[in-house]
Unconditional design. Structure first.
Ligand code: ACO
Length: 357
């Protein structure tokens, strides 16, 4: 049991992941009823309950104010930080935010990745940061801070769908990390910083960039089968496939595929890229079924995340940071829920080392 499989480590009202039916429920709502239908702010109101105003309009205004506060930190983005990867630079900026267990600390954490990631991406490209705008919704402002003054409605809707889709997902590795740290009463900033570290790994939130590396290496739909077969023969894992909980297709993959289709060529989705991705998905699933007939390995959220964020103009190095901009809502909600239990998380280990003389 070294990876805590099947251990129930928390009771939560926030989300339920049904790995057999392939269903995700967030605060009593199926993902299908949320993604593309409710704004990120509305989902935050569900997740955070009493911590924020329960009206979407109020939380939108409060989050906008928190984005303005977060932007004050962007001036600290010096050459040393810009030379780091986007995730590492994000981690460094997040580390400067004040700790606390109050609403203002929570909202600052939720706002900050959406401000920092576009600023870091622009700085790495030698461009000045674009400040947030208090009149905009969260996803709209994030698209504007990346690319300019007038974000297209399709792009805004696609990013909003993405942020909602990844907002919470049971006791995944980063969320568990956030709960452990929150249980020590260290504060929301410490909980989020630790969670970001857990998210960074390729077995969790670091996979979507490598999905695009894989697509680039495959090159054309005809090459999908031989390339993937050779990668599997070398013992490599195919990025964007497999999940610890899901034994069927990850419902978030379909939510994001739908967002991509709505985005369409007009919104920046290159149809050739989509055709290549569909060929890779089809061949990968067929090969994985042959190779692991007893272990269902299906498409996970990261596969279509990669395509969606690429179409929205985020460089692949920034994908983990954009993931954090959505998941931070879940991290804070879980941290809050854990604090309310008043209980320190402190599991035990079984000693298997040498006996003392
Ligand atoms: N490609 C090829 N083989 C795979 C893959 C894959 N993507 N995933 C699992 N397998 C194989 C394993 O090698 C293992 O084979 P073995 O029994 O011969 O050793 C078997 O399937 C079972 O794998 P586990 O390690 O038990 O699966 P686990 O539940 O630990 O892993 C994980 C889940 C980490 C997501 C894994 O499927 C993986 O590495 N996928 C690729 C990376 C990825 O897409 N990460 C994003 C996950 S989604 C998210 O966190 C947001």
């Amino acid at each position: 049991m070294s990876s805590l499989d099947s251990v129930i480590a928390a009771e939560t009202r926030l989300s339920e992941v049904d790995g057999v039916q392939g269903r995700l429920v967030i605060c009593g709502h199926s993902l299908d009823d949320l993604a593309g239908r409710l704004s990120y702010e509305a989902v935050l109101a569900l997740l955070l309950g009493d911590l924020v105003s329960d009206s979407e309009v109020s939380i939108r205004a409060e989050l906008a104010q928190a984005r303005l506060r977060a932007f004050e930190e962007v001036s600290r983005l010096d050459a040393d930080l810009v030379s780091l990867s986007v995730t590492e630079a994000l981690r460094a900026l997040m580390a400067r935010l004040p700790d606390g267990e109050d609403k203002s600390a929570a909202l600052l954490q939720i706002a900050a990745p959406a401000v920092f990631v576009p600023a870091i991406v622009r700085a790495k490209a030698g461009q000045k940061p674009i400040p947030p705008h208090a009149g905009r919704a969260h996803a709209e402002d994030m698209v504007a801070m990346l690319g300019g003054a007038h974000p297209g409605a399709e792009q805004v809707r696609a990013l909003d769908t993405y942020l909602v889709t990844v907002s919470d997902h049971g006791l995944n590795a980063s969320t568990f990390t956030a709960r452990v740290v929150a249980s020590t009463r260290a504060g929301y900033a410490s909980a989020v910083l630790a969670a970001l570290g857990a998210l960074k790994g390729p077995l969790h939130g670091g996979a979507p960039g490598p999905v695009l590396d894989m697509l680039d290496a495959v090159g054309t739909p005809d090459n999908a089968n031989p390339w993937l077969a050779e990668a599997l023969a070398r013992g490599e894992r195919l990025m964007g496939f497999g999940h610890r909980i899901y034994r069927v297709r990850d419902p978030r993959a379909d939510a994001l595929k739908g967002a991509l289709q709505r985005l369409g060529a007009a919104g920046g989705m290159d149809p050739t890229r989509l055709a290549l991705a569909e060929a890779v998905e089809r061949e990968a699933l067929a090969l994985l079924r042959q190779k692991k007939p007893d272990r269902p390995l299906e498409t996970n959220v990261e596969f279509f995340t990669a395509l969606l964020l690429e179409a929205l103009g985020f460089p692949r190095d920034a994908f983990t940071g954009v993931f954090a901009a959505g998941r931070v809502g879940g991290w804070i909600a879980h941290a809050q829920e854990q604090i309310e239990t008043g209980r320190l998380i402190r599991p035990q280990s079984r000693y298997v080392g040498p006996k003392a003389a």
